[in-house]
Design a protein around this ligand. Structure first.
Ligand SMILES: Nc1ncnc2c1ncn2[C@@H]1O[C@H](COP(=O)(O)OP(=O)(O)OP(=O)(O)O)[C@@H](O)[C@H]1O
Length: 378
């Protein structure tokens, strides 16, 4: 495929000047400059100042072609004397893909834990006592809010049986696989990985213990997450196998516990708090979701699911209550449409609450698991 844009002729242009301008263009999924990713091919300039740039894609069906083409055209087109830019897309050869995969794996030793103590990524595991309390909806919107605040954010959908991240972000395509390394799918500025990208909608996930553990491990180790500021992990409800596997693999994750205001829901959510305590895992805080519904015209507040659950849970597990997100039709409708409410209805009341929670997320305390305690005997 080739894309061309043109204007009238100017001074002579050097390929070095165009390459220098293209040095800033990043692949939108790898977040690496094209040159560094081995994606920048030939740069040719004819006498009239028309530049022809070849970009080698990781896969010929790369869905990012339009945005890549726009970025390359803008960067090369800004060089003095360039009269037009033609972007030609080709696919990488197997050898090039292998080289890129090796570069992405980088220097991390095989047995080094992903997002371990040396990582700068803040990892939050979003948990709930029971299903349907809005854990995935909050994860998705918190992620978009953080991305909108300029953070590099990833979402790992560890809710393997009840995955909803592909649906919430409106994406249904298999991640690019490069010789043992998978690239997350990018949507709304967030890097995503989910079992849902690998199975059909009507296909049940029937994995059990060891397979689940392996899948989660692969999502952490074999996915090229890049330099994330924040990774949000959408856990399955409860305190089952996946949750335990994950927390074992990422001991520095901090829990975000989601509950509804109902006393019964917060009692169930306390189990998650107890699990965190038993695992000596930090709890970043509690989010109460589905709090009172506020009428948009008369502003009357109706506590459909009661009141006080978030506060009560926060007290019970000695964690801060980070915020209360009201019941909101806009939030539900956006989730169904595949455009997170943070983008679809940015002025909705629920959205501003989520935005505030994202802005004030406490940095995880490092877990004590496997660390020597700073004790000394006088
Ligand atoms: N604050 C809210 N106001 C209105 N609807 C909401 C709100 N939060 C979530 N929902 C809706 O509630 C339903 C359940 O939400 P969601 O799937 O996020 O829950 P969950 O806790 O992740 O469930 P599960 O663990 O079973 O996957 C969805 O239809 C979602 O759109």
């Amino acid at each position: 495929m080739s894309l061309l844009s043109r204007r009238t002729s100017g001074p002579a242009v050097s390929a070095a000047a165009v390459r220098a301008a293209l040095a800033r263009v990043e692949d939108p999924e790898l977040h690496l400059p094209l040159e560094q990713a081995g994606m920048l091919g030939e740069v040719r300039i004819d006498r009239s100042g028309l530049v022809r740039v070849t970009v080698r894609l990781t896969t010929s069906s790369c869905p990012m072609q339009a945005s890549l083409s726009a970025d390359v055209t803008a960067a090369a087109g800004a060089v003095a004397g360039v009269t037009g830019v033609e972007v030609v897309f080709t696919a990488m050869s197997e050898a090039e893909r292998r080289r890129l995969a090796a570069r992405l794996r980088g220097t991390r030793p095989e047995d080094a834990p992903p997002f371990g103590p040396d990582s700068a990524t803040r990892v939050y595991a979003v948990a709930s006592g029971k299903g349907g309390v809005g854990k995935s909806t909050l994860t998705a919107n918190l992620a978009v809010a953080l991305a909108q605040q300029g953070k590099r954010v990833g979402v790992l959908d560890a809710d393997v049986w009840g995955y909803s991240v592909p649906h919430l972000f409106g994406v249904r395509r298999a991640p690019v696989a490069l010789h043992g390394t998978m690239l997350p799918v990018e949507a709304f500025g967030v890097a995503l990985m989910s079992v849902g990208f690998f199975v059909r909608d009507d296909e049940p996930v029937v994995w059990r213990g060891p397979m689940l553990h392996k899948a989660i491990e692969q999502f952490l180790r074999d996915v090229y997450w890049g330099e994330l500021d924040v990774l949000l992990i959408d856990l399955p409800p409860g305190t089952g196998d996946v949750t335990l596997s994950l927390l074992e693999l990422v001991p520095d994750a901090a829990l975000l516990v989601v509950t509804t205001p109902q006393p019964a829901a917060q009692t169930v959510a306390q189990r998650v708090g107890r699990m965190a305590r038993d695992l000596r895992m930090p709890v970043a805080g509690v989010v109460e979701n589905m709090s009172a519904l506020v009428c948009s015209s008369c502003h009357a507040s109706t506590p459909l699911f009661g009141t006080g659950g978030g506060e009560c849970l926060a007290r019970a597990i000695a964690a801060p209550l980070l915020g209360q997100v009201p019941l909101d039709l806009d939030l539900r409708a956006a989730g169904d449409s595949g455009i997170p409410a943070m983008v679809a209805t940015p002025h909705a009341h629920s959205v501003s609450q989520i935005r505030q929670i994202a802005a004030a997320l406490p940095a995880p305390r490092r877990s004590l698991v496997g660390r020597p305690l700073p004790l000394s005997v006088p």
